[in-house]
Design a protein around this ligand. Structure first.
Ligand code: SF4
Length: 88
């Protein structure tokens, strides 16, 4: 998959699917997240997002209870390479 322009989609979502425990919390707070009924795991609609989609994806990362609350969703600012603060 080719990544879209940084200017267009400045944020990248990293989903560590192996750690997902299928709680569905992400899908409750973000329309970018849904549950795959076959695997029982979450899946993201898009892995590259812009400012308008940022807030609810950060919220999804915050509410993810996997890994004792650390979560398995990370949002990265592609311009700086920094992870955004998604702690509760
Ligand atoms: S909130 Fe986390 S553990 Fe729950 S379904 Fe979403 S990614 Fe998986």
């Amino acid at each position: 998959m080719t990544a879209p322009d940084i200017e267009e989609k400045p944020y990248k979502i990293i989903f560590e699917g192996k750690g997902c425990i299928g709680s569905g919390k992400c899908a409750e707070v973000s329309q970018n997240w849904g549950m795959n009924l076959e695997t029982g795991l979450a899946q993201a609609g898009s892995h590259y997002i812009d400012e308008s989609e940022l807030e609810h994806n950060i919220e999804a990362a915050r509410v993810c209870p996997a890994r004792n609350g650390d979560g398995v969703i990370t949002v990265v600012d592609r311009r700086t390479g920094e992870e955004l603060d998604t702690e509760p």
